[in-house]
Design a protein around this ligand. Structure first.
Ligand SMILES: CC(C)(C)[C@H](NC(=O)Nc1cc(F)cc(F)c1)C(=O)N(CC(=O)NO)CC1CCCC1
Ligand SMILES: [Zn+2]
Length: 184
């Protein structure tokens, strides 16, 4: 089971590397990789278990964060009544289309691999068309917007060696650019 000690932090070069695509049919190793990343998210979102295992509650986790430089990410986005908005393990995810409209989370972003607060608006695309392959090699092409779209963009960034604060305007971190909405 993945624990916080297995999540690499800033300074580890794997976080800045470009991860490699996986090939299909998936090896057992690549199947297990996706499974254990999703397991982390599920356990971390269970208050009792998160406390027991000292886990930070996560909505997304990318393979490079557990020092595996492969294009795999797990996403588990709950909505505030606890139901699930989006849940899947993404293999070779790719953003096909981006809306002109931009979006940023009101409270900025954090990261399981960043043990400090970096203030500022992380400007992202509000709506995306996402292509990815699931554990069975099935191709998916879906549209996401607002919070789920933000999470997926944050995870795909990890596959390209990008961290959330790379998107923060150094000069004026809280400047709201044109056609950018704030997501509460
Ligand atoms: C870094 C951390 C603060 C733990 C962040 N969680 C989060 O923003 N809130 C959260 C957690 C839940 F479990 C359920 C919930 F609805 C909200 C997170 O998981 N990530 C994932 C990450 O670091 N992936 O690499 C950071 C988020 C910032 C914006 C998108 C993902
Ligand atoms: Zn992150």
């Amino acid at each position: 089971m993945i624990l916080m000690k297995d999540i690499i932090r800033e300074g580890n070069p794997t976080l800045r590397a470009t991860a490699k695509k996986v090939s299909f049919p998936l090896s057992q190793e690549d199947r297990d990789l996706g499974k254990k990343m999703m397991k982390y998210l599920e356990v971390s979102q269970d208050e009792k278990l998160a406390e027991k295992y000292h886990l930070r509650a996560g909505v997304g986790l990318a393979a490079p964060q557990i020092d595996v430089s492969k294009r795999v990410a797990a996403v588990l986005v709950p909505d505030n009544d606890g139901s699930i908005v989006f849940k899947d393990v993404l293999y070779n995810p790719r953003i096909l289309r981006e809306s002109v409209k931009r979006a940023a989370l009101n409270e900025g972003e954090g990261c399981l691999s960043v043990d400090r607060n970096v203030a500022g608006l992380v400007i992202r695309t509000d709506r995306i068309t996402l292509e990815y392959y699931d554990v069975n090699g099935e191709r998916h092409e879906i549209k996401l917007e607002n919070y789920p779209a933000i999470v997926v963009q944050h995870e795909i960034d990890h596959l390209n060696g990008t961290l959330f604060y790379d998107h923060i305007d150094k000069e004026s971190p809280f400047k709201l650019p044109e056609n950018t909405i704030i997501i509460e």
